[in-house]
Write a protein that binds this ligand. Structure first.
Ligand SMILES: CC(C)(COP(=O)(O)OP(=O)(O)OC[C@H]1O[C@@H](n2cnc3c(N)ncnc32)[C@H](O)[C@@H]1OP(=O)(O)O)[C@@H](O)C(=O)NCCC(=O)NCCS
Length: 189
């Protein structure tokens, strides 16, 4: 049922201290700061050292993801304020095969406080509201210990290293696939 898949959630997905909400134009400041991180621009569409205009283009593009039938890109908002500390995306290009993929980033100044863990929890719970999603996958570079911990804390299980699986920063890099099956879902295979 395409509508149930692509409708924006009636209630913002929430976990711990974060609320996943729609991007607002005011989130341009967050996007500009995040674009200064050396790694974030390598794994998504946010340009490095984005200008205000580039950051606004990125924010507008995030809002269009469901319209384009690509997925959902959420601003990781503070539960109790208008602050934005990062983004969390659920990508549904492979939903016909039952697979959703997740990605996230948190502002350097907001790291180490459980924000990414909360964001991935909320994003994963949101994934189970989408018909046809049988599993969520994350692809993490093995040196990215913080992201591996985030995945593990939320219950994702690491699979076998996939050598040279993703082009990141102009080279093919190894990634560890982390997978979480839909709770109570049908056994696969
Ligand atoms: C990965 C990232 C999202 C983590 O965000 P965060 O809000 O700091 O994460 P959390 O605070 O929820 O949890 C981080 C976990 O990793 C640990 N951690 C954080 N930084 C670490 C580091 N440099 N080395 C080892 N462990 C680290 C924390 O202790 C915590 O584990 P714990 O719960 O066992 O204590 C953030 O570092 C980031 O945005 N990185 C750049 C983008 C990125 O790599 N995205 C993921 C791509 S797969």
């Amino acid at each position: 049922v395409p509508d149930a898949l692509w409708t924006w959630p009636a209630a913002a997905p929430t976990a711990g201290t974060v609320r996943l909400r729609r991007f607002r134009d005011a989130d341009v400041a967050m996007a500009m700061t995040l674009s200064l991180d050396p790694y974030v621009p390598l794994i998504g569409t946010l340009p490095p050292r984005a200008s205000a205009a580039q950051a606004l283009d990125w924010v507008v593009a995030q809002r269009r993801r469901p319209v384009e039938r690509v997925g959902f890109s959420f601003a990781v908002g503070d539960r109790d304020s208008a602050d934005c500390v990062g983004f969390a995306g659920l990508w549904l290009r492979q939903v016909a095969q039952g697979t959703a993929t997740a990605g996230y980033a948190v502002l350097p100044a907001a790291r180490g406080a459980g924000r990414a863990t909360d964001a991935l929890r909320a994003l994963t719970d949101f994934a189970w509201t989408r018909p046809g999603v049988q599993r969520v996958e994350l692809h993490v570079e093995p040196w990215n210990v913080a992201s591996c911990r985030v995945a593990e804390r939320v219950g994702y299980v690491a699979g076998e290293l996939m050598p040279r699986a993703h082009e990141i920063g102009g080279e093919l890099r190894d990634v560890v696939p982390y997978v979480l099956p839909r709770p109570g879902g049908l056994p696969s295979g």
